[in-house]
Design a protein around this ligand. Structure first.
Ligand code: SAH
Ligand code: SF4
Ligand code: F3S
Length: 467
């Protein structure tokens, strides 16, 4: 048994990152049985689930989207906010009920929530029906854990380590059109509110040659778009020797000629001019940047440990708008950080008014055990926080609608990804600027970049016709 430990998880040493090549073979341990996998959280988790899926398929299981049908049930969890917990524990209620009738079923919990001390302890003491708890550092061991669980009632195996870089990971990718490509893991920024540096280990980069190789393979398989993934992509390469930077990686990826390149997430701190120039220069790097603001108040930004001021952020924003033609910029904003005053909040609204974002994800601050902010005095009432969120959302939505309306009547390239969920007569895809477009056209257009004339603009999507 290995229980997570937050003290261990926050340690950062000079130890060199270990690069480990993993191999996995098919081994039909389960026959005629199904798995159910539910994923919470960010793109990182979505991509990890593609690895988990590959492992399960190799064990002879097939996927089902019906919980009741599954023999193996896996929840890949998130810990970013309290409500992420509530959702998982709510769901566990259903699973517990199911396990009462079918004790032979195997339930496994992985992801960022597993990395939290309090959660692992809670599972140990209160949820005996959960068979396996694994972490973010040992996904590749899931096969062995599943095997072991056939003779054990509960396995908790959650290492809190700085982390290694695993190569040769196989994925069962959700899409045949676009793919995630990890470029780095972990985070060393330790923003005071955030749990990610504790759940994902230290910043560690994949070698550029391995990344390029993966991109080239994806291109060969017919993928049109890749998204380079990291909690803070502009920190890429500082840990490699010789050091390289994200701008260099972007340039090399652009030279593979894959049709569309995106990246998430970049931190406003250390977003260099060189990066902006490269994004502007290469047509296959999409003009879309997610640039989390978090707060517009310098006092709060400092308490958050964000390493930039409101003025520096706006400067960077303006430079991007100036140098990258037609760029779309979205953001993340937290309201109600401990001690946030009405004045601080107004500073945030001021930045939103100045930047007029294409879109924003907005959150009420959520206390995460073990983080520095959890010890700060929080005297803002929930009611006030909710009012601020409401006010912020109104403003944010106004600007995203306006940004969408600018597309009316224009003809834009859209990479068609699949059939629209809401209307099976329509296909959906995204513009280079990451606007969701629904368009009535032939199904054989899936996987193609087509020109679409925009006929209607809503707050969160566009409608169009084939040009
Ligand atoms: N690495 C990314 C973000 C990862 S988390 C970055 O630095 O931008 C995604 C978003 O969740 C964050 O941008 C932040 O807005 C929000 N978030 C993180 N911790 C939070 C907390 N404790 N309470 C509320 N929102 C939080
Ligand atoms: Fe969290 Fe900050 Fe790291 Fe983003 S940069 S993952 S907000 S600590
Ligand atoms: Fe959640 Fe972990 Fe991502 S906490 S947001 S799944 S890195």
């Amino acid at each position: 048994m290995k229980l997570p430990n937050m003290q261990e998880a926050k340690k950062r040493t000079n130890k060199e990152v270990e690069y480990i090549t993993i191999t996995d073979h098919k081994e039909p341990l389960f026959q005629n049985q199904k798995f159910f996998l539910k994923t919470y959280g960010c793109q990182m988790n979505v991509h990890d689930s593609e690895q988990i899926k590959n492992i399960l398929l190799n064990l002879g299981l097939t996927e089902t989207d019906k919980l009741e049908e599954a023999y193996v049930i896996i929840l890949n969890t998130c810990a970013i906010r309290e409500n992420a917990h509530d959702k998982v524990f709510g769901y566990l209620g259903r699973i517990k009920h199911l396990k009462k009738e079918h004790p032979e079923k195997i339930v496994a919990i992985g992801g960022c929530m597993s990395q939290e001390e309090s959660i692992a302890n809670e599972i140990l003491t209160k949820h005996p029906y959960i068979n396996i708890v694994f972490g973010t550092h040992n996904i590749h061991e899931l096969k062995n854990l599943l095997k072991e669980s056939l003779n054990k009632s509960q396995i908790i195996e959650v290492p809190s380590i700085e982390g290694c870089v695993y190569e040769n990971i196989k994925y069962e990718r959700d899409s045949k059109v676009k793919a995630w490509v990890n470029i780095m893991y972990g985070c060393d920024k330790f923003c005071t509110y955030c749990i990610v540096p504790y759940t994902r280990g230290k910043e560690r980069s994949r070698k550029m040659a391995d990344i390029i190789k993966e991109v080239k393979e994806l291109e060969k398989q017919g993928y049109k778009e890749i998204t380079l993934l990291g909690q803070n992509v502009n920190a890429y390469g500082h840990d490699l020797s010789p050091q390289i930077n994200f701008a260099t990686l972007l340039k090399e990826v652009a030279k593979t000629n894959i049709k569309r390149i995106r990246f998430v997430t970049s931190h406003p701190w250390n977003f260099t001019d060189e990066m902006i120039d490269i994004i502007a220069k290469y047509d296959n790097i999409m003009p879309y940047i997610h640039l989390p603001l978090q707060s517009g108040s310098n006092r709060i930004l400092k308490l958050m440990g964000r390493r930039y001021t409101k003025e520096e952020y706006i400067n960077l924003y303006n430079k991007m708008k100036e140098k990258i033609p037609n760029v779309a910029i979205t953001t993340d904003i937290i309201v109600g950080f401990p001690g946030e005053t009405e004045e601080d909040f107004n500073e945030t609204l001021d930045v939103v008014n100045k930047c007029q974002y294409d879109g924003a994800y907005t959150f009420i601050y959520s206390k995460r055990q073990g983080t520095p902010a959890s010890k700060m005095k929080d005297n803002v009432t929930l009611e006030e926080k909710e009012q601020r969120l409401y006010k912020l959302n109104e403003l944010v939505n106004k600007y995203s609608k306006e940004a969408n309306e600018k597309y009316l009547g224009k003809v834009v390239p859209v990479l068609i990804e699949g059939i629209s969920e809401k209307d099976s007569d329509k296909l959906f895809g995204y513009t280079d600027t990451m606007k969701l477009v629904n368009v009535k056209t032939n199904k054989n257009k899936i996987g193609q970049i087509i020109n679409v004339k925009i006929t209607d603009a809503k707050s969160f999507s566009l409608d169009g016709t084939l040009e």
